[in-house]
Design a protein around this ligand. Structure first.
Ligand code: FAD
Ligand code: EPU
Length: 338
């Protein structure tokens, strides 16, 4: 275990914001968290578990211990005629896990190709893309309850997964370290190709001829055409969640905005793409100082140079205000603001 003092986190957040952690620890194995947090020097300090920092925005130096888990390993832990159960350590790259499953033709997470970040962070907001969410393949996880200082196992139900949400963003926020995750994947070919952006591809191909590698590559191509590469332009993906509105609000919006883009969630609600709302307020590709929105996707806030967290939050506030004034909808951040 390495512990450093006054450590720069610039390399460990994809917004590329310059902040320091009072202490920074790298753990080779998850159980080292108990040893670390029981040391007298650290007992009273807040703890922040950091993955690749691709869904986090630091607004100030962190006056506590930032912990990164660097444990690696992917293995099949069980299988039957239909399913294979794959366990991955928290420090693994999420996309390496997807690539492993695609190569072995284990079906279920190919639509989640190229999402940045670690396996350990994936349950935190129940990562999702192109009609699939982590919860669809998730079986269980093991981790450490930092208050109770003990190892715990969580089933799918116990994680209380929702849209960009879980128990780890609520009752257990900053109180839990995820050590490893187990997924259940199908051995037989099975795809979710309902997403609009897949239509052209689906129409050109016979469904029996489609391969898992083709689906993964298609997802990667779509993502690269819409989303900025964090190694070139600081960002944390979608800055806000897509808001849900009830039937009454939906009818009002439809009346005033004939080109409204929407997705029906259930009998009572609709999701409106935040990117559309933001674009309609004139913010697509807009720049202000060191911050802006991406010119191909208004929902992504980008660091154009040396913005700090406060400048980014202030820009996000301007967007929240503008969308509220025009549509009466309050956007909420997806990114974890620290
Ligand atoms: P971090 O940003 O380091 O941390 C995120 C949160 O998880 C923090 O609260 C942190 O404390 C906590 N955390 C991290 N690791 C652990 C652990 N082991 N135990 C306990 N808590 C932990 N997200 C999607 O859902 N879908 C997308 O399509 C998507 N596209 C993106 C595209 C781009 C270009 C970028 C930059 C981001 C995108 N994201 C997307 C957001 C991001 O990739 C995910 O949220 C990812 O899971 C974050 O992983 P991370 O390791 O970087 O977590
Ligand atoms: N749109 C606009 N203008 C824009 C952007 C989007 O009008 O600038 C409209 C378009 O009509 C488009 C619709 O919004 O059809 C949806 O856009 P897109 O398909 O790009 O998806 P999104 O709703 O903006 C969500 C997730 C992404 C995920 C994609 C694909 C959220 C907050 N974001 O984005 O996740 O990759 O769908 O499934 O749910 C992330 O969480 O960081 C993330 C990137």
């Amino acid at each position: 275990m390495i512990v450093k003092e006054n450590f720069s986190l610039k390399k460990f957040n994809t917004f590329k914001v310059e902040v320091n952690a009072r202490f920074y620890a790298e753990l080779e194995s998850a159980e080292q968290i108990l040893e670390l947090t029981s040391q007298k020097e650290f007992q009273k300090l807040p703890v922040l578990i950091l993955g690749e920092g691709s869904n986090i925005l630091f607004t100030k130096n962190y006056n506590g211990i930032v912990v990164r888990l660097i444990s690696k390993g992917i293995k099949v832990v069980d299988e039957n005629a239909e399913f294979v159960f794959v366990n991955a350590q928290a420090g693994e790259s999420w996309d390496d896990l997807v690539t492993y499953c695609v190569d072995k033709e284990y079906y279920g997470i190919e639509n989640l190709s190229l999402i940045p970040g670690t396996v350990g962070a994936a349950p935190i907001q129940n990562i999702g893309a192109y009609g699939v969410e982590l919860k669809d393949a998730f079986v269980s996880l093991e981790g450490y309850d930092l208050d109770k200082q003990r190892k715990v196992c969580f089933s799918n139900n116990q994680c209380a997964f929702g849209y960009r949400n879980s128990i780890f963003k609520n009752a257990l926020k900053n109180k839990f370290l995820i050590a490893n995750v187990t997924l259940k994947l199908k051995k037989e070919k099975s795809f979710n190709l309902n997403y609009r952006a897949f239509q052209e591809f689906v129409q050109k191909k016979k469904s029996t001829e489609i391969t898992i590698k083709e689906v993964s590559d298609l997802v990667k191509r779509i993502r690269m055409s819409k989303l900025p590469d964090p190694s070139k332009l600081g960002n944390a993906g979608s800055f806000f969640k897509n808001p849900e509105v009830d039937n009454k609000k939906f009818s009002e919006l439809k009346k005033y905005f004939s080109d409204l883009v929407f997705f029906k969630v259930d009998e009572h609600s609709y999701k409106i793409p935040a990117g559309w709302l933001i674009e309609k307020c004139g913010f697509k590709g807009k720049k202000s100082g060191n911050v802006g929105t991406y010119n191909k996707q208004a929902l992504v806030i980008v660091n154009l140079g040396s913005a700090d967290g406060i400048e980014i939050v202030n820009f996000a506030e301007q967007i929240i205000q503008a969308v509220h004034t025009k549509f009466g909808i309050k956007l909420t951040p997806e990114v974890n603001i620290i």
